[in-house]
Design a protein around this ligand. Structure first.
Ligand code: UDP
Ligand code: MG
Length: 322
């Protein structure tokens, strides 16, 4: 029987974890695979870890991995992928927004040879108008600015073949924009469409600030367009300044030089100053990325692992507890 790992990053999901497990279990028991359910505790501050351990005590398929603090979903997923041994790995959220009934379809497509079966949500129910529209706009921008095609309305809910998982695990960048990495690695991709239900219990861990941060990470890790825009700004500014200089020169020749123009001077100084700060900010964004990569810290720290992964031994710097 083929082994399939299910990776579930969880951050303060104590309330819903049991429901999630029940729903997942119902589907898995109907399928002819050897499943591993790997719960990744992303430094939760509630009883998430205790509940995971309870689930493990009652089900040999359950494995648990705990990060030493909250590293964010992107890194929790990476940890999960590192420790998942299956011939295929399914990543899903713990809040039942990724319906387990899609798993049989994903597995069927995997058997047909697709290596990355991802779920695209048809509509974003239970999300505000602002969130839906800003998301749409952002995906369009990203597709334009980045050199790779990142499909819109696709989350992290997907099945990855072993080859794709290994490829992802080789990409060790710290500020991960996993959505983009999925596209970057390539492989044979297949899309399935589903209606994303609202969160079962609890509330989303994302606020606009975090989402903006993720959006910026996506843009700066996949595109050099902002840097190029900085040069374009600079070019436009100096061209305008040059024309203005000619204008002043000619005007002075024709009409002499009465001292005036304090307001326009201030405007120009402020304008140029503003542009310079923006450009510095953009540069800072990229330098920050270089800095965080240059430190070569491990992507995450494990505080406990209860499972049987063989890869765990080979992942540099990650201790293993069985
Ligand atoms: N999550 C995580 N670490 C975090 C934030 C979220 O592991 O720092 C997990 C969370 O427990 C859930 C999944 O990532 O299983 C998706 O989070 P959420 O439902 O809050 O995001 P949304 O569905 O609103 O995009
Ligand atoms: Mg959710």
């Amino acid at each position: 029987m083929k082994e399939v790992s299910i990776v579930v990053p969880c951050y303060n999901e104590a309330k819903g974890l049991q429901f999630f497990y029940n729903a997942l279990n119902e589907i898995l028991t109907t399928l002819p695979y050897r499943f591993h359910i790997l719960f990744v505790n992303d430094g939760s501050s509630d009883r998430t870890w205790e509940i995971m351990e309870e689930l493990r005590a009652g089900d040999p398929r359950v494995e648990t991995l705990s990060l030493s603090r909250n590293f964010g979903k992107e890194l929790a997923m990476l940890a999960g992928l590192d420790y998942a041994d299956g011939a295929a790995v399914i990543i899903m959220d713990a809040d039942l927004q990724d319906p387990p009934d899609l798993i049989p379809r994903m597995l069927a497509l995997w058997e047909q040879g697709w290596q990355d079966v991802y779920a695209r949500r048809r509509e974003r129910r239970g999300e505000s108008w602002l969130k839906r529209h800003s998301a749409g706009l952002y995906y369009r921008l990203l597709r334009r600015a980045a050199n790779i095609d990142i499909p819109a309305n696709v989350g992290d809910f997907r099945l990855l073949d072993r080859q794709a998982v290994d490829a992802l695990c080789r990409l060790r960048e710290r500020k991960r924009y996993t959505k983009g990495l999925f596209s970057w690695i390539g492989f044979r991709k297949k899309e399935i469409v589903f209606d994303r239900p609202p969160r079962a219990v609890g509330k989303t861990k994302w606020n606009y600030l975090k989402l903006c941060g993720l959006a910026l990470d996506g843009l700066s890790s996949f595109s050099e367009l902002p840097l190029r825009l900085a040069s374009v700004f600079g070019l436009i500014c100096s061209a305008t300044a040059f024309l203005y200089m000619l204008f002043i020169f000619v005007r002075t020749l024709l009409y002499g030089d009465p001292v005036a123009g304090y307001p326009s001077l201030v405007c120009i100084i402020l304008f140029i100053g503003g542009i310079q700060l923006i450009v510095l900010g953009i540069m800072g964004e990229y330098i920050g990325r270089i800095y965080s990569e240059a430190k070569h810290r491990p992507d995450y720290i494990i505080s406990a692992y209860h499972g049987a992964s063989e890869i765990a031994d080979n992942v540099a710097g990650k201790e293993r507890q069985a």
